[in-house]
Design a protein around this ligand. Structure first.
Ligand SMILES: [Zn+2]
Ligand SMILES: [Zn+2]
Length: 258
């Protein structure tokens, strides 16, 4: 039976406390970030009848714990290659420990794995060499755009091409201002090297997400955002042209198709 979709996507979790996204096309699976434990990734994939045997690689966007805390054990357990840029690997080395197979990502050089091609877009996020991912398969483009920092032109350009996206909507400005977070942390989050607010995300998606069939709002802060606020601000700008979904902050979101 031929598959009825170009890409199958399962956000296994996405929030400031852990990110991990599964993408599959024609039996080839890739995992993007592993900020939750190996056991959790395995269990959540099994919930959707996805065998880890399909996984051909683990891609790391940057070295922050909410993206790599489970990466070392997950990579060692199943023995697929780990993909990251040179600088990210250097910065993450201590946390990742022994890696058996590393493939370096080079900017502007897409990585081809079976029916999937992975492109990177650089971000100004406060890490060594942060990237967003664009995954191409079956003629469609899906983006994993979190830890963005600020609405840069390169990100906006990439967004115009996407058929679907998992897109950061990290905090509500009022909730962050009123929160118990120390001032330095509030400044870090809202700076151009931190995260996008609901309002920034809504503006970008409304202005540049013209082709999006759906957008899954992601990397929501546990303390400084609510699913309702994120949903409301983005729905107002994207209108009826794209479906708006909010990723679960503590568990998997379900299966999404492009
Ligand atoms: Zn980060
Ligand atoms: Zn993050």
């Amino acid at each position: 039976m031929t598959q009825q979709y170009a890409l199958k996507i399962i956000p296994l979790q996405s929030s400031s406390s852990g990110n991990c996204i599964y993408v599959e096309s024609n039996g080839t699976g890739l995992v993007f970030d592993a900020g939750i434990s190996c056991r959790m990734i395995t269990r959540r994939l099994a919930d959707f009848n996805v065998s880890t045997e399909k996984i051909q690689g683990l891609f790391i966007s940057h070295e922050h714990s909410d993206h790599i805390s489970g990466a070392g054990p997950f990579h060692r357990q199943y023995q697929f290659p780990l993909y990251a840029t040179h600088s990210t690997l250097e910065a993450a080395e201590e946390k990742l420990k022994n890696l058996h197979e590393i493939r370096y990502i080079q900017h502007a050089r897409p990585v081809r794995i079976g029916p999937l091609t992975v492109h990177t877009v650089k971000t100004p996020h406060d890490c060594s060499d942060g990237v967003c991912f664009i995954i191409e398969g079956g003629g469609k483009l899906f983006g994993i755009f979190t830890d963005i920092g600020k609405p840069e032109a390169g990100i906006a350009r990439a967004l115009t091409k996407l058929d679907a996206a998992l897109f950061e909507s990290n905090y509500d400005e009022r909730m962050l201002t009123d929160s118990h977070y120390p001032l330095f942390l509030k400044k870090r989050i809202s700076s151009g090297k931190g995260h996008l607010s609901n309002a920034q995300s809504a503006n970008m998606l409304g202005q540049y997400g013209k082709k999006l069939k759906w957008v899954c709002l992601a990397h929501l802060s546990i303390d400084n955002n609510s699913r309702q606020l994120a949903y409301k601000s983005v729905s107002e700008t994207v209108g009826k042209k794209s479906q708006v979904i909010v990723a679960s902050r503590t568990s998997s979101t379900g299966i999404l198709y492009v």
